[in-house]
Design a protein around this ligand. Structure first.
Ligand SMILES: Nc1ncnc2c1ncn2[C@@H]1O[C@H](COP(=O)(O)OP(=O)(O)OP(=O)(O)O)[C@@H](O)[C@H]1O
Ligand SMILES: [Mg+2]
Length: 280
């Protein structure tokens, strides 16, 4: 068995990356899947959404620079089967420091190797920041799949085109040859407006089966949960949002894995030296 690693990524801010990362992680854990959530965003929203304090020195930062073992940053979440590598504001300077290192796009992949080798987790979810900077690129170079949360709003497809181009670049440059799209999840669906349904139809028209059947509704409960430091499954376990994220989790678990090409963790290590063209 190998760890199924998935990055939650979209360069656009506020589309539901963190909400989806935390909710999926909680749902997977609830289903008995041993899960590690890695908070790769200096905003540390996933960290606080699970009620964890942001402790200086506790993030992935030192491990990215080769100065610490990433495993030492793993902390319990308070929920069975769920552990987290928290973030902190210090991670913001990592962009600059990591950019100066050799193999700067492979730092996270290298840091994660001992964790993959220890084979403790069935799932690794990486919550990326809202940019296509060094941290997100490291996230994308370190996982097998990308799950893109997409808000039901105008111009959704335009933003999607950008991230699809970046995925292609990372794949073709050799930085992560097996990188693939896990799927697109439509978020903040508002059933009272035609717009939401139009956007879903349009995205499905372009991406077909790559769009999850489950659509995440816009609900205040999802906005409230982080301020209580709880995932939606614990904050309001029977809410529409918790039910939706459980359905998304079921879909994810039903997707074929490993892919015929095999998981990225066993490949692409030979490509560690290969730089990726900078994304526009
Ligand atoms: N389905 C939803 N319904 C209502 N509010 C939501 C929903 N999903 C997320 N939110 C809220 O919207 C805001 C943005 O969500 P979230 O933090 O998950 O997005 P993000 O893509 O991670 O943002 P960033 O790009 O800043 O990291 C948060 O306040 C969150 O609680
Ligand atoms: Mg976020």
């Amino acid at each position: 068995m190998s760890t199924r690693s998935i990055a939650l990524a979209n360069q656009k801010g506020g589309v539901g990356k963190t909400t989806t990362a935390v909710s999926l992680a909680a749902c997977l854990a609830e289903r008995g899947k041993r899960t590690l959530l890695l908070d790769l965003d200096p905003q540390a929203n996933a960290t606080s959404a699970l009620g964890l304090e942001k402790l200086s020195g506790g993030s992935v930062y030192k491990a990215l620079l080769g100065g610490a073992r990433l495993a030492d940053s793993i902390r319990p979440s308070g929920y069975d089967n769920l552990e987290i590598i928290p973030s902190e504001v210090d991670l913001a300077v990592a962009e600059v420091d990591v950019a100066r290192t050799e193999n700067y796009l492979q730092r996270l992949r290298l840091a994660l190797m001992p964790i993959h080798d220890a084979n403790q987790y069935e799932f690794l979810l990486v919550d990326c920041p809202p940019s296509l900077g060094i941290l997100t690129m490291n996230g994308l170079a370190a996982v097998d799949r990308v799950l893109v949360p997409l808000q039901c709003e105008y111009f959704a497809l335009e933003g999607l085109a950008v991230i699809m181009r970046v995925l292609k670049q990372i794949k073709e440059s050799g930085a992560n040859p097996v990188l693939d799209l896990e799927g697109i999840v439509m978020t903040m669906f508002d059933g009272r407006t035609n717009l939401s349904q139009q956007v879903v139809n349009e995205v499905r028209g372009h991406f077909g089966e790559k769009v999850f059947q489950t659509v995440i509704p816009r609900t205040v409960r999802l906005g409230e949960a982080p301020s209580f430091g709880k995932p939606i499954t614990a904050y309001d376990t029977h809410s529409q949002a918790a039910v939706a994220y459980r359905a998304l989790t079921a879909e994810l678990l039903a997707q074929p894995w490993p892919s015929p090409a095999g998981p990225a963790s066993e490949k692409a290590t030979a490509a560690v030296e290969t730089p990726v063209p900078t994304a526009g």
